[in-house]
Design a protein around this ligand. Sequence first.
Ligand code: SF4
Length: 415
Amino acid sequence: MNKKDSEIIAAVLTQSGYVQVSDEDTADVFIVNTCSVREHAEQRALGFIAGLKHWKHARRVVAVVGCMAKRLAHDIATRFPFVDIILGPDAYRKIVTFVEDSLHGTRILETELTDETYCGIYASSTAVTDFVSIMRGCDNYCSYCVVPYVRGHARSRPFDDICQEVENLVQHGVKDITLLGQNVNEYCHGEVSFAGLLRSVATIPGVFRLRFLTSHPKDLNNEIINAVKKCDTLCEWFHIPMQSGSNRILQLMNRCYTRERYLNLVARIRQAIPCATITTDLIAGFPGETEDEFFETLDLMNTVRFDDAYLYRYSVREGTKASQYPSLPETVVKRRLQEMIMLHGKIMVEKAHEMYGKEYEILIEAPAKNNASRGKTRGNKDVVVHEHLNPGSVANVIINDVRGRTAIGTIKKGA
Ligand code: SF4
């Protein structure tokens, strides 16, 4: 979401004649887009902002934007007097005015949450892959999560506006588009449901691959699974954050599903689409998690054998419900995360070996070492291809080597 928001900010500034530069010495405006999801991200952002004190001078502007700017606006203003602009995630439309005001000495602090969806702002792209934001905010209030407090309530972007952005990206050569939202399954605008949106966007001329991120297990229904099954351009990849394998912990997390319901969802996806890849997010050491409950998460990992997983240790977020629960000792949380990482690594190596000898359609994204290329399967798995191929090209590749958890292949002869 932050990457997409940075593109929105860049698009607003570019439309007003600003030019994006990669060398900070030549920049006049420095914008730091921040994340609040985990404490570590905030600490890194705060350290980075502190370092900008040496960059700043009277004719330069420093802006801190995003979720942390919303959450810690007054702290940032006090701790870093050289920061000129502090903006929450809904204030980017006015960033040009704010930059100009700050050059005249006005300090800006704008963190109000609104119904903003950035309708009509289309970031241009020359990349092979890109994101299209279809909704903002979240109403689910998972007990550990700060998102509803810093990004506001869930609202869906108009259908026509999404289609327009997708058409623009396709015309610029983007081949792999991910529809983005905190819980995309809840997308609803007028008569258009998420499954309806998927079916429509998937048939826009020029769309080669379409994905979506993130799904909530309580809302991923058969209509969505069927849309993926039936639309050729919709990729068979489901990212479904599980968070814990224990029903008691899931309840404390306010996730609104059980382990059994999650396993049923996985079974329904695999029955409908046998080649589907399923990835997840898991949290180690949620407050009060017992050894047995943690073992249930390991057991679930062994049962589902996720194609990939983002593994986190629990991070206390001030203001959330879970922040009122007593935390587990740091050593326990770290050790549990380590156990999850070890198990996941083992499963990933096994999964990579399962690809051996099989054929995949690879969309090339970037060069790799030794004149090779790196790309992705429709299931979002990384593959290294021995040949040099231009980004954006597509090849049918047979996997004939595996190094660690990376599958390596060569182009199918005669393809
Ligand atoms: S669904 Fe839960 S975890 Fe995801 S953004 Fe909303 S509150 Fe946070």
